[in-house]
Write a protein that binds this ligand. Structure first.
Ligand code: SF4
Length: 327
């Protein structure tokens, strides 16, 4: 009898942000999320829309948010920012607190300051420069990651970031969510697919690093649409992708839709299958920054599988291994 010897095919590593940093800087790099009070978004303050994106209750995006009740809100039209000194102090305090925790827990040595909450280019240029330069002045900070919208960048801001990028690692993180205008309209996004294409292309032309944030499970979107949004994003030559399931948290416009039975959240099976198919499509030079998200408190209404992020990551890892990929 002839014995068949089963040889295991080695798994191929997914290019994660961690692996990208390790390769580039020869050591682990940690992102430090920052939330500066006074920042808002043109989709919240009425400039392009009111109420924000239908899923947005910003606390769920910003664990470091400290000053929820602050009345003072910035916009690019603000002529004077009397709170700049406070904002710079807040930046330093938040950075040091997280940095110290990461140093103790993981022995972290190098950091990227991540301006995470709201729209972090939506302020007077002088305020942005002061905050970014302060962040870059901290010890062991290699660069910045700036979360924003494509209708909130200008040539002036991109040229400035391009100059910074000659010596530092500068990422611009754009919320894309979907490339379907009907979906963007439905979620009250206040931006369009053509505007996103224009500004992502410009950001890339300047030589900046771009991360695109995609949401799977948006109202009325099929898997084919979600994967098409990914294809459109990849055509723009972005450097990194974040995947996020759409979940309903209390005090959002989406809550009403959900309670009226007009919105059904994506199932865990469909989400995992879509993320796996997405990662299989990614060219090897594009890294993955996030494969899911979860929220483990009573603000989450649905779907309840989003409560346990670690469980989701394990399930996605397992599903990826089945197609020969190691996350
Ligand atoms: S762009 Fe971001 S901060 Fe603004 S409403 Fe949408 S999710 Fe909220």
């Amino acid at each position: 009898m002839v014995k068949t010897i089963q040889t295991k095919v080695p798994l191929q590593e997914v290019n994660t942000l961690g692996r990208y940093f390790k390769k580039k800087f020869k050591e682990k790099v940690y992102k430090v999320p920052i939330s500066i009070s006074g920042f808002t978004c043109p989709n919240i303050d009425g400039t392009v829309a009111k109420g924000g994106c239908s899923f947005c209750e910003n606390d769920s995006f910003s664990p470091n948010l400290q000053d929820k009740k602050s009345k003072f809100k910035l916009s690019p039209k603000t002529t004077e920012n009397p709170f700049l000194e406070n904002q710079l102090k807040q930046l330093e305090l938040q950075f040091n607190a997280t940095k110290n925790r990461l140093e103790k827990k993981f022995g972290a040595k190098k950091f990227i300051v991540y301006f995470q909450s709201f729209t972090n280019t939506y302020a007077p240029f002088e305020t942005l420069k002061a905050l970014y330069e302060k962040a870059l002045s901290f010890d062991n900070v290699l660069g910045l990651s700036i979360g924003t919208r494509t209708d909130c960048v200008t040539d002036e801001i991109l040229d400035y970031l391009k100059a910074l990028s000659l010596h530092k690692e500068i990422w611009v993180e754009y919320g894309v969510q979907s490339f379907y205008d009907e979906t963007l309209h439905q979620i009250n996004r206040g931006d369009t697919a053509s505007n996103m294409r224009k500004w992502i292309a410009k950001t890339k032309e300047k030589g900046l690093l771009v991360c695109a944030h995609l949401i799977y499970g948006l109202p009325n979107e099929t898997q084919k649409m979600m994967l098409h949004t990914l294809d459109e994003t990849l055509k723009l030559n972005v450097d990194s992708i974040k995947f996020h399931p759409l979940y309903v948290v209390k005090n959002t416009l989406l809550t009403n839709e959900y309670k009226k039975g007009k919105f059904t959240p994506i199932t865990e099976e469909l989400y995992i299958d879509t993320v796996v198919k997405s990662i299989q499509k990614l060219p090897s030079h594009i890294n993955v920054q996030r494969i899911t998200a979860g929220i483990n408190d009573n603000t989450l209404l649905s779907p309840l599988w989003c409560r346990n992020k670690h469980q989701q990551i394990n399930k996605i890892r397992k599903a990826l291994r089945e197609v020969g990929l190691e996350y």
